[in-house]
Design a protein around this ligand. Structure first.
Ligand SMILES: [Zn+2]
Length: 97
């Protein structure tokens, strides 16, 4: 069992009895190009994902999920995580006044 790759995220793969919201964990894509996008999102510097690295569903927009299966939740192909829970970990953005 592991936990979400994002340091700011407290999600664990263990079942949280107090949290009944559907939370799923998604392995990094095998495709190297897409995997890079995920690594960039995780923003851990020299972090190299392992085969057991996962990112939880909190970081994906609802449109990223394929819920056609009742047994498990799939990510749609080509989708990348976009939602940072902690603003401090967001990539610096240019604010124009
Ligand atoms: Zn997470």
């Amino acid at each position: 069992m592991g936990s979400c790759a994002l340091r700011s995220c407290a999600s664990r793969t263990e079942v949280d009895e107090n949290n009944t919201t559907e939370k799923t964990f998604h392995r990094l894509p095998k495709n190297a190009d897409r995997c890079q996008l995920w690594v960039k999102f995780v923003n851990r510097g020299e972090w190299t994902p392992t085969r057991s690295s996962v990112i939880c569903s909190k970081h994906f927009s609802e449109e990223s999920f394929d819920r056609t299966s009742k047994c498990y939740v799939n990510l749609k192909l080509n989708d990348v995580p976009t939602i940072h829970l902690n603003q401090e970990e967001s990539p610096p953005s240019t604010i124009k006044y």
